[in-house]
Design a protein around this ligand. Structure first.
Ligand code: HEC
Ligand code: HEC
Length: 380
């Protein structure tokens, strides 16, 4: 990724749109939320110039757009006029429309309507797909046939070992709140941050940037994002809600078995030097969640989750490291959140457990003024 692009993505991910690179403005988000008892709005009901994505849920448009950006390795402005995304001035946007139609047609005509071919199948992170196979830098590794398939433990065994590894159910439940001071690193930039969590499922993380606080919060029912620069906080879209309700699960090790209708165990490649088991959690109508547990220590090392969109799934990988013992339980003191176009690492420096935290800490503040019609990202 070139420097200028990564710098702009930094602005998108950290400064203007909280951790999820949410870049739709608040009024569109609010408009996408259906009123009680109403059918969810479609993209063309909420946005101004939808021609090929007609009929898709409005609240999936943003995830779909992120999927396109991820697949081509570009930012939104590759196709969009800043501040007027409905305009068709850029040739790339017009091409993209034809490509969306092509993707739909390929899947309909050749894959029984299953979404097998996506932008990424051809583009692989490039603006223009390569049509000629690449010559690798090194002798390519031949995939090894996994010999141990039969010898895998059950999901229950892996999760029970995880519960023991973090200190056991009893020790976990003795802790009901947690305040962590941390540093967030995004490439070479660092900001102070704070994560406050409370059982059973409240969490708020605040990144103190020079432009103001960037907040990602789950109040126990729903998530919201607070932007620096005085813009009103906005509700999370359904994909964001799904992701952050998972992050907010205070007794995660004890909840995993209840979260999914099915847990399957699969072999997996090593993570660094660690041998791991992969547990895949699935529930009807939802993308799967992959969890990777250290074979020796039993600890959770990685999760990979997916945000669904009409065009494809956006992956997010979280790597947990530096597990340390505090108040009888073992916690990761470092985690890295990685997406196709960027990553950041949180390093915890200070931890306090069982400190009183009022529920109001997690509540979305009331918006002071109506959302501005169109917002500009901060000057770069
Ligand atoms: C490769 C081109 C491309 C990229 C990159 C892209 N988009 Fe789009 N976007 C489109 C196309 C094409 C449409 C129109 C879809 C249709 O006609 O159904 C669209 C429509 C939209 C709309 C609806 C505008 C309206 O009012 O009609 C929004 C909002 C939007 N995109 C946001 C984004 C965001 C945010 C990003 C970056 C995360 C992004 N787009 C990246 C091609 C792109
Ligand atoms: C079946 C393969 C395939 C799929 C699937 C595909 N593309 Fe493409 N795309 C291409 C090829 C090949 C080109 C280059 C054409 C050329 O060089 O003239 C291209 C070019 C483009 C361009 C123009 C890039 C430029 O620099 O001008 C855009 C934008 C684009 N695709 C967007 C998308 C989007 C968005 C999707 C998913 C909805 C998608 N493509 C899916 C094969 C594909």
């Amino acid at each position: 990724m070139n420097k200028a692009l990564s710098a702009r993505l930094f602005t998108t991910i950290i400064l203007t749109g909280a951790f999820l690179a949410g870049t739709l403005h608040a009024s569109a988000q609010a408009a996408a939320a259906p009123a009680k008892g109403e059918a969810p709005k479609t993209a063309e009901q909420v946005f101004k110039n939808i021609q090929v994505l007609k009929g898709t849920p409005a609240d999936q448009l943003e995830t779909g757009m992120q999927f396109i950006s991820n697949s081509l390795g570009v930012e939104c402005e590759f196709c969009h006029v800043q501040g007027a995304r409905e305009k068709d001035d850029k040739k790339t946007k017009q091409t993209a429309r034809k490509m969306i139609e092509m993707q739909m047609a390929i899947n309909k005509n050749h894959f029984n309507g299953d979404r097998e071919v996506t932008c990424y199948s051809c583009h692989h992170g490039a603006e223009r797909p390569a049509g000629v196979p690449m010559i690798a830098e090194e002798e390519p590794k031949r995939p090894q046939v996994p010999a141990e398939e039969a010898a895998l433990p059950s999901a229950d065994q892996i999760i029970d070992k995880y519960i023991q590894a973090v200190g056991g159910a009893e020790s976990l439940q003795k802790i009901t709140s947690r305040v962590q001071k941390a540093t967030i690193s995004f490439g070479e930039r660092q900001f102070p941050a704070e994560v406050v969590a409370k059982a059973p499922n409240k969490r708020i993380s605040t990144v103190h940037t020079p432009n103001g606080d960037n907040i990602t919060a789950f109040d126990g029912q729903a998530g919201w994002l607070g932007n620096p620069g005085g813009r009103p906080p906005r509700d999370m879209n359904p994909q964001e809600n799904e992701a952050f309700s998972f992050d907010a699960t205070f007794y995660l090790p004890l909840e995993i078995k209840k979260m999914f209708t099915q847990l399957r165990v699969r072999p997996a490649d090593k993570i660094g030097s660690h041998e791991v088991y992969q547990v895949i959690g699935t529930s009807p109508g939802k993308p799967p969640l992959r969890m990777f547990f250290d074979k020796v220590s039993g600890l959770l090392m990685r999760t990979i989750r997916y945000a669904e969109s009409p065009l494809g799934r956006n992956p997010t990988q979280v790597d947990y490291a530096e597990y340390r013992l505090d108040s009888g339980i073992r916690l990761p003191f470092q985690w890295t959140v990685a997406r196709p176009l960027g990553r950041f690492t949180i390093q915890v420096s200070e931890i306090q457990q069982n400190v009183p935290v009022d529920d109001s800490k997690f509540a979305k503040p009331a918006a002071a003024a109506p959302a501005p019609a169109e917002q500009k990202p901060p000057a770069k």
